[in-house]
Design a protein around this ligand. Sequence first.
Ligand SMILES: [Zn+2]
Length: 191
Amino acid sequence: MTRSTWGRKIVMAIVAISLFVSQVGGAVALAATTTPFGPERFAQNHATYAITTKSAYYQRIWRSAIKAWNKTGAFTFRLASNKTAQIKLSTASASQAKRLGRDVGLTEFWARNDYFFKVDSELNPSLLHSYGYSRSDDLHVAEHELGHAMGLAHNPSKHSVMYYQNRSVGIQQVDINGVKKRYLTPAGQAS
Ligand SMILES: [Zn+2]
């Protein structure tokens, strides 16, 4: 997925982070007071987004997740056009869902010098349906993917929206702390 037009000097980092559905329990829950983050971030603690899914239901899910994060004050998502938005929020089509496999949500990002310049997050409706996710479960998956979009990594604790198998937990104080710390910490430095 590299494009030569960006030039040779640009270091590209393309990373996909998945939220897996798993029936396997027994994960060790370590207490983390701040949700960890990777080395990449946006230049500032705000970014523009566009909701590109055609589904009215999933448009509402993404809007609710945006609203929930904006309310925390740690980061601001601002609505922009499909063309200019830094973050695109979508749903996987049936054929894309095959590529997602067991992922209920997926976030891919493109960064140079550890600064995001493009982030794509998608939800996987066919899997969300088949696992019987409720509206609030769907919302938590969207909140989780937006967490990745801001630079958050997975939290080993189940009491975090960023737990890798999260379904029932919304945005917690540890997650808000994680975003705040991410944007007080220079790009290139992970926690
Ligand atoms: Zn994840």
